[in-house]
Ligand binder design. Structure first.
Ligand code: G1P
Length: 288
């Protein structure tokens, strides 16, 4: 197995963040000085991927503009001698090859992934949800790729969540842990009621999948919410493995996670002046 491509679905509504997401995609929500989807693209690039397909939809044009070259801005920054800013802007357009395809109807994550079939062909690929940031020492996707390559199986990232939150996720029932720490998955359920959940191990939005998934998606009927659920196709794979997430995950579609991501990124940023300013601000707010 050799994983060279990544797919990033970024076509959903950001209903939990309205009205800010009325005219801008939730994937463009800034976390400090970068939009969410840039962190996701960087995670894939850190995993050695240089070909990314972003699945967009109506109203998502600013994503394309963000990863494009910006001649006018670059010329102005160069003329003003703002070289560090210029470097940061140029780096974005040079990250990797990015392709786009539009999902026509919002029919669920499973439907969005179907749009990747032509681009991916019969290769294995990484799938990263465009509204989720994972902050970790080693790229979460790189770790999944290692396990997927070692076992020759589709592999997904899992994280124990509080039991009262399981109904917001796909949830896995797992077997005995392998020597390398990965977990064979025996069953997957999308958004189970708490009492029906086989465990509190949630699917986190990072996957490495074999191209078998495309045929399975074609055979899958709409599931929870009347949408085509990726989880319902994953459970039909002959073998699938879970790897526990080692890092912090932020679902940017929800306000507390987004605020937490901003604070934690600010407090751990290598700009010491900003760390201090944010720390003082938080302390003052809490004291006041
Ligand atoms: C999707 C997946 C779900 C997964 C979740 C992670 O759900 O369907 O299995 O646990 O992402 O964020 P969504 O958040 O789009 O409802």
């Amino acid at each position: 197995m050799d994983v060279n491509k990544a797919v990033i679905p970024a076509a959903g509504f950001g209903t939990r963040f309205l009205p800010v997401t009325k005219a801008q995609p939730k994937e463009m929500m800034p976390v400090l000085d970068k939009p969410t989807i840039q962190y996701v693209v960087e995670e894939a690039v850190d995993a050695g991927i240089d070909d990314i397909l972003i699945i967009t939809g109506r109203g998502k044009q600013s994503i394309e503009r963000h990863f494009d070259k910006s001649y006018e801005l670059e010329a102005e920054l160069a003329a003003a001698g703002k070289d560090d800013r210029l470097d940061r802007v140029q780096e974005i357009a040079d990250l990797c090859d990015i392709h786009y395809v539009r999902q026509k109807e919002r029919d669920g994550l499973g439907d969005a992934v179907r749009y990747a079939r032509k681009h991916v062909g019969d290769e294995p690929f990484a799938l990263l949800l465009g509204d989720t940031i994972v902050k970790s020492e080693v790229s979460c996707t790189a770790k999944l790729i290692d396990h997927a390559e070692a076992h020759g199986e589709s592999t997904i990232s899992l994280e124990a969540v509080p039991w009262e939150k399981v109904s917001a996720y796909g949830v896995a029932d797992v077997g005995e842990r392998s020597e390398d720490g990965s977990l064979p998955i025996e069953e997957l359920v999308e958004k189970p009621a708490r009492e029906d959940a086989p465990s509190n191990l949630a699917i986190t939005g990072r996957y490495v999948l074999t191209s078998e998934i495309f045929d399975l998606l074609e055979e899958t009927e709409p599931g929870v919410g009347g949408e085509l659920q990726l989880t319902d196709a994953l459970r039909k794979l002959p073998a699938i493995r879970g790897v526990e997430l080692d890092g912090d995950r932020y679902d940017i579609g929800n306000i507390p996670d987004w605020l937490q991501a901003n604070l934690e990124m600010a407090l751990t940023h290598d700009d010491g002046e900003m760390n201090d300013a944010v720390r003082t601000l938080v302390e003052e707010e809490l004291d006041g």
